[in-house]
Design a protein around this ligand. Structure first.
Ligand code: PMV
Length: 351
């Protein structure tokens, strides 16, 4: 019998079940688990792609990947939802990292992302990867980055190559997002809390935790999933047509994120809420809001939220509302309009 024990590495959020060393591999880890966080962008989406600052929160939930060696001829990845236990996709990659089998739907992109991750590791055997996603996908909660981080961390841990994780995640996010700002990726690998994020074109990345009091938010899925890459491209096209105006809008969004960082630190919820409304108006100027998103914002404000905005790439997806006294009234009002949501409290002091 193989004796095993589970070890948790808190800095990497990885688990490894250790067993007797495997003769053929000379390694003792046989099953590894990696975790990545989902996120909420509170301020700054889209403008962050153009080097403006953003404020985002790492959620307690995200994605978990279990990785083990397999006897199959190909690498396999299965993606399940923790919400309904459905299998979303099964993909297979040959040793040459070719797509040898994908389910329909978004399986093609997932397979390319899986291959992009595998390409950064030296794999002595094929791998079986099982991923559970704990948030809805494609609705602005950073599910792809959470998945990328979970899978890369799990593989890095199993193979003893953790130094490859960051580049593997970057490659995977390029498949999902085209030209990612790095914000989702950073939040997926972060600890729980609210962060100020700035990566200007010509300066260093600045990531600073915001020492905000515990922050209670309501989140709802107001529209169908939309492609982040398509929305980012749409903004890029608008900017080509109206470069000065769109740069001004991005400047307003960046300034709003900077002001919000101070207001959050002070726990000045009235100001934070007003800044969320301003940010939402600017996102509307970029063309990424929809009728349903705007309506969900109005409903939230009408039910007592201090501010509301879309979160993520838009074109559908989620709305976030500020509810310091609790999200119950806003969730009830949304439910009356057919939008399901949840309350989340972000507290950097919690695990
Ligand atoms: O919709 P999401 O969760 O993928 O967020 C995208 C955020 C953008 O600013 C629109 C793109 C990016 O790479 O930062």
């Amino acid at each position: 019998m193989v004796s095993s024990r589970e070890c948790f590495n808190p800095s990497e959020e990885t688990f490894v079940t250790k067993s007797e060393p495997q003769k053929d591999l000379g390694a003792e880890a046989v099953v590894a688990r990696g975790h990545g966080r989902a996120k909420l962008i509170l301020f700054g989406e889209h403008a962050v792609v153009y080097g403006k600052p953003a404020v985002a929160a790492g959620l307690p939930r995200g994605a978990t990947a279990t990785v083990q060696f397999s006897d199959a001829a190909v690498h396999q990845l299965t993606l399940r939802s923790a919400l309904d236990e459905d299998v979303y996709a099964r993909v297979e990659c040959g040793a040459a990292l070719d797509n040898v089998g994908v389910d329909a739907g978004d399986g093609e992109r997932l397979c390319k992302a899986f291959a992009a991750i595998l390409g950064h590791f030296d794999c002595p055997k094929t791998l079986q990867v099982d991923v559970t996603i704990e948030v809805p996908m494609g609705v602005g909660l950073g599910s792809s980055a959470a998945l990328s981080v979970a899978v890369a961390r799990g593989i890095g841990q199993l193979l003893g190559q953790p130094e490859q994780v960051d580049e593997a995640v970057d490659a995977s996010e390029r498949v999902f997002h085209g030209n990612p700002s790095g914000l989702d990726q950073m939040m997926a690998a972060s600890k729980s809390g609210v962060y100020f994020y700035a990566r200007a074109y010509d300066s260093e990345l600045e990531v600073a935790p915001i020492e905000a009091p515990a922050l209670t938010l309501a989140v709802c899925e107001a529209g169908p999933a939309a492609s982040t890459a398509a929305m980012v491209e749409m903004v890029a096209q608008r900017r080509l047509r109206e470069s000065q105006l769109i740069d001004s809008v991005n400047q307003v969004i960046g300034d709003t994120a900077r002001a919000a960082s101070a207001a959050l630190t002070d726990g000045d919820w009235a100001r934070v809420g007003e800044l969320m409304d301003i940010n939402h108006g600017a996102l509307s100027s970029l063309g990424v809001t929809t009728r349903a998103i705007d309506a969900a914002c109005h409903v939230a404000r009408g039910a007592g939220a201090l501010g509301a905005k879309l979160t993520g790439a838009g074109g559908g997806g989620c709305v976030v509302a500020l509810t310091p006294g609790g999200a119950e009234d806003v969730l009830k009002a949304w439910a009356e309009h057919g939008w399901s949501g949840f309350e989340v409290t972000i507290d950097h002091r919690s695990k």
